[in-house]
Design a binder for this molecule. Structure first.
Ligand code: MN
Length: 301
């Protein structure tokens, strides 16, 4: 049995991608099962409901197992005992991380907007059948990762995949499909400050220290009015508890691509010069991968 596992704090690509990759392996005649390392978010819940699919079962231990990784290649985002597993395959669209393998592996790493875009092309290459639920999973993940094609990470391959998948899934009104998805994506009602920071938090080892950067996608920054202090306190707490050099959360208005950065830690003083009236705005910043984290890396050196 091959376990197909997305990253910690799973986003929609990590969940949908794992489900779809497991399906691809099954189409090859292998035994495979998608698993998840954490709770699914509201957007993913919406996607699974739309597709009529169950969430993968929880599993954060893979020692002695055969695994495929979906949507990451960093040890920090893998199950803690990943070094005791056999990595057979990788499907990802991020920079190459630091996982190591014992044996040769199958790796599909493309610079596109979403893991599911790569998976869609693999299905086509292998002439495997794409069912309606799996088409819905893939197109939703692509639209989520590319924020409805608006992200600078979006490529023609992503647009082409969505177009063909929408046809397979019988989705005629793509605009309203995207709107429903983005409403689910930006629904933060009732979430605590800690839950918001945790929502899409990524750990990056940097200059020999640990750094975390979260991102909360919003329909308007007003959604977090009144929570700024609590969010900053939560970042401070994480720095102290986990010995982090820097902890930040990007509050991103996905309609205007404006991001407000909240940040704490020993390295925080390096960024103060960019504040205006005590607020650090990152203009034209929608993507943590392509814009937020590269900028931070340059500033934190
Ligand atoms: Mn992704």
């Amino acid at each position: 049995m091959i376990l197909v596992v997305g990253h910690k704090n799973p986003d929609s690509d990590s969940i949908c991608g794992a489900l779809v990759a497991a399906e691809l392996l099954k189409a090859r005649g292998l035994e495979a099962k998608a698993v998840r390392q954490g709770e699914i978010n509201r957007e993913t819940q919406h996607i699974l409901e739309t597709a009529g699919m169950d969430q993968p079962e929880f599993c954060d231990s893979v020692a002695g197992k055969k695994v495929w990784l979906v949507d990451y290649t960093d040890v920090a985002q893998a199950p803690d005992d990943i070094n005791d597993a056999e990595i057979l395959g990788i499907v990802d669209h991020h920079r190459l991380g630091d996982v190591m393998t014992v044996n040769p592996l199958e790796a599909w790493i493309w610079p596109v907007g979403c893991t599911c875009t790569i998976l869609f092309n693999l299905f086509k290459m292998e002439q495997a059948e794409i069912t309606r639920p799996h088409a819905l999973l893939m197109m939703s993940a692509i639209l989520s990762d590319t924020v409805g094609f608006a992200s600078p990470t979006c490529t023609d391959k992503d647009k082409e995949a969505v177009q063909q998948l929408a046809e397979i899934a019988g989705v005629e009104d793509l605009d309203s499909f995207i709107k429903d998805l983005l409403i689910a994506k930006t629904n933060i009602e009732g979430l605590s400050a800690a839950e918001l920071v945790e929502k899409d938090l990524k750990a990056y080892p940097f200059n020999g220290r640990d750094v975390v950067v979260g991102q909360v996608e919003l329909a308007t920054l007003e959604q977090v009015d009144g929570m700024i202090e609590a969010l900053e306190q939560d970042l401070e707490r994480r720095c102290q508890q986990d010995g982090l050099a820097f902890a930040a959360v990007m509050l991103t208005d996905i309609t205007t691509a404006n991001t407000r950065l909240l940040y704490k830690g020993e390295w925080a003083e390096k960024l103060v010069k960019h504040e205006v009236d005590g607020i650090l705005m990152m203009a034209e910043t929608l993507s943590r991968k392509k814009q937020g984290w590269p900028w931070l890396q340059a500033e934190l050196v």
